[in-house]
Design a protein. Structure first.
Ligand SMILES: *Cc1c(COP(=O)(O)O)cnc(C)c1O
Ligand code: SF4
Length: 370
């Protein structure tokens, strides 16, 4: 089952480094997967779905170790039939995002999720560079892709302009990096004109699956012009951190952006303390702050989910073995908001004495009555 990326052209290195070439040469159909999967698996997939959204760049594909059936990169990008058969976990919108789409003039502001008073999330497009098999928002792309219309973008901007309690705008999707530089620049320009918008974030998986995008000056200039941007990306395993992704992150940071990472806890990808430590250590080494570790939502296929305790155990093991800089906050996300989970470090409260525990032992701390 060996697959080489379909390199073309005479100067393959230059080609491989071109994001347009990477984007255009993504594996996009079941037919494109044929060289990489047993025919039986392809047939099974065809039986369930004729069209499956896929978008695997030759770069991301090249990171797969095909000798390992459970390769963590393969698990994230190559569909399996069980994704469409084991549907006990499969909920289209586990976080009730559609219900939290606000109204303006009696009509929904399509593309907006307003869950917290001070922050909004903008679904700028349904399109992604890769369609991750564990995606929380797969409802957006599983049955076809929609783009925001110019009218929808204007309504989103109007809504944000009118609510001066909104201080933080998250451009998400889909992946906003699939938008043209012109649209992205337009949105950022309009948002920067709104006095109460203090923070702008972009959520994108491009540094992971298509880091070559950030070799180009056009996009870096946009980030620079609207600095400082908070860029949240989505690395899930240490193998995803390569010289190419490192270069992308360094280029992004030079624009004044801060780069944070949101990981989803996934079986076979990052579900042991060793794997999570390796990921977070590498993230910090390339200048990325591990921000959140998300417990998988009810949209993730059953074969990729873990127990809640798996994450607690990982966090417990990390503390003390690695700097706090490398430790994300473990979150169970719900329609009522994010709920952080921490191992319980308070063993007992005894009058003025707090009895605390960690991996190394138990300690009494006197609580001053002030
Ligand atoms: C996660 C999320 C945010 C951002 O939350 P932070 O804790 O500030 O990162 C905002 N809006 C929605 C709908 C979210 O799901
Ligand atoms: S990049 Fe994000 S939004 Fe796109 S498919 Fe992956 S998890 Fe979903």
């Amino acid at each position: 089952m060996n697959g080489e990326p379909p390199l073309g052209g005479s100067d393959t290195q230059t080609t491989f480094d071109s994001w347009r070439w990477q984007y255009q040469n993504r594996l996009k159909s079941l037919n494109d997967l044929r060289p990489y999967l047993p025919e039986r698996e392809v047939q099974l997939l065809y039986e369930h779905r004729v069209k499956i959204n896929l978008g695997i760049t030759p770069y991301y594909l090249s990171l797969i170790n095909w000798d390992d059936e459970d390769d963590p990169i393969r698990r994230q990008c190559i569909p399996t039939a069980s994704e469409y058969t084991d549907r006990q976990c499969w909920q289209p919108d586990p976080l009730h995002e559609e219900e939290q789409c606000p109204l303006m003039d009696g009509q929904p502001v399509i593309g907006l999720v307003h869950r917290y008073p001070d922050r909004v999330l903008v679904i700028t497009t349904d399109e992604c560079s890769m369609y991750c098999r564990h995606c929380t928002r797969r409802r957006l792309w599983d049955d076809g892709i929609r783009h925001r219309t110019p009218h929808e973008f204007e309504r989103i901007l109007d809504y944000i302009r009118k609510d001066d309690g909104i201080h933080d705008v998250i451009l998400s999707g889909g992946d906003p990096m699939t938008l043209s530089v012109t649209i992205l620049d337009y949105m950022l320009t309009r948002l920067r004109e709104i006095p109460h918008v203090e923070v702008i974030r972009i959520g994108t998986r491009f540094p992971v699956v298509l880091p070559q995008r950030f070799y180009d000056k056009d996009i870096l200039d946009v980030l620079d012009r609207h600095a400082p941007i908070w860029l949240n990306t989505h690395f899930n395993c240490a193998n995803e951190i390569t010289p190419a992704s490192r270069e992308a992150i360094m280029n992004i940071r030079k624009t004044g952006a801060t780069v944070c990472n949101q990981t989803v806890l996934l079986k076979g990808v990052n579900d042991t303390p060793e794997k999570m430590l390796a990921l977070c250590r590498k993230l910090v080494s390339i200048g990325v702050k591990p921000y959140y570790l998300f417990f998988s939502d009810m949209s993730t296929p059953a074969h990729m989910r873990t127990s809640v305790e798996t994450g607690m155990n990982i966090l417990e093991e990390m503390r003390g073995q690695i700097s706090g800089l490398a430790i994300p906050t473990y979150i169970v996300d719900t329609h009522l908001g994010k709920v952080p989970l921490l191992p319980n470090y308070v063993a007992e409260i005894n009058g003025d004495n707090w009895i605390l525990r960690n991996k190394r032992g138990i300690i009494r701390v006197e609580n001053p009555q002030v």
